[in-house]
Design a protein around this ligand. Structure first.
Ligand code: PEP
Length: 259
């Protein structure tokens, strides 16, 4: 299966720098045989950056509204993203869950809006440090996913990607070890078998996110249940992001060759 690498620029870069970063990334990706690449710039830039997106690099939204069109000042809907050429959207990022009231119910609604709009829904999950230290990390993540997917039809799962992002690893420089990432990814895949079925679980891409960088990307992506990454800080530097995409291509190519 093809990996996915998505860069999440968060609230970084003024327009001129954003345009240059997109240009540097788009011109740097000459081919990406085994990885679908997306970048999620700040929302105001999406429509303009569409001109620089190519078959090899698509745009993603960092979030979408839980509402449909109407009197919701400041919100943007999944359909609006779609209408300016966006292909994917992050849903339930821990910074949205923690800072903007995006609880499990809101996440669930947003997934349906994204799927109805024809977007790829990149659904984020992950435990905080307290939950990890208390040994509650599996329960936390699997409960988040049970809630998120409770009303998603199996046939729609082809348009869903899971991103496991331990909160204690986001932006901290503290990455989950490859073994820890694999352990959680395997648990997520097993859970998807229970929620859906084995073929669906097998074909759902599960990305790792949390201080992923060129120096650790290959080891993480080589894990059997890791299908790419959601990249924050390192996606703000074109060369770092391109190196991570290259690591994903290498890992996926080795996997296809059987190791
Ligand atoms: C993220 O916020 O999705 C993320 C993975 O950030 P970072 O790579 O900076 O840890």
């Amino acid at each position: 299966m093809r990996n996915i690498v998505t860069g999440n620029w968060k609230s970084n870069k003024l327009w001129n720098d954003a345009e240059k970063l997109m240009d540097d990334v788009a011109t740097g990706i000459l081919e990406s045989q085994h990885t679908d690449v997306f970048v999620a710039p700040p929302t105001p830039y999406l429509a303009a950056l569409q001109a620089q997106s190519t078959d090899l690099i698509g745009l993603a939204g960092q979030q979408c509204s839980a509402h449909l069109e109407g009197a919701f000042t400041g919100e943007h809907t999944a359909s609006m993203l779609k209408s300016v050429g966006v292909k994917a959207v992050l849903i339930g990022h821990s910074e949205r869950r923690g800072g903007f009231g995006e609880n499990d119910s809101v996440v669930e609604v947003k997934i349906h809006h994204a799927l109805d709009a024809g977007l790829l829904a990149i659904v984020c999950c992950g435990e905080n440090l307290e939950e990890r230290d208390a040994g509650q990390h599996f329960e936390k993540v699997l409960t988040q996913l049970s809630h998120a997917f409770q009303n998603v039809d199996t046939s729609k799962m082809i348009h869903v990607v899971v991103a496991y992002e331990p909160i204690w690893a986001i932006g901290t420089g503290r990455t989950a070890s490859a073994a820890r990432a694999q352990e959680m990814h395997a648990a997520i895949r097993k859970h998807l078998v229970e929620l859906f079925d084995a073929p669906t679980a097998e074909s759902t891409r599960i990305l790792y996110g949390g201080s992923c960088k060129p120096s650790n990307a290959l080891e993480i992506f080589m894990q059997p249940d890791v299908n790419g990454g959601l990249i924050g800080g390192a996606s703000l530097n074109a060369l770092d992001f391109l190196a991570i995409v290259a690591a994903s291509n290498e890992a996926a190519s080795k996997e296809q060759q059987g190791g």
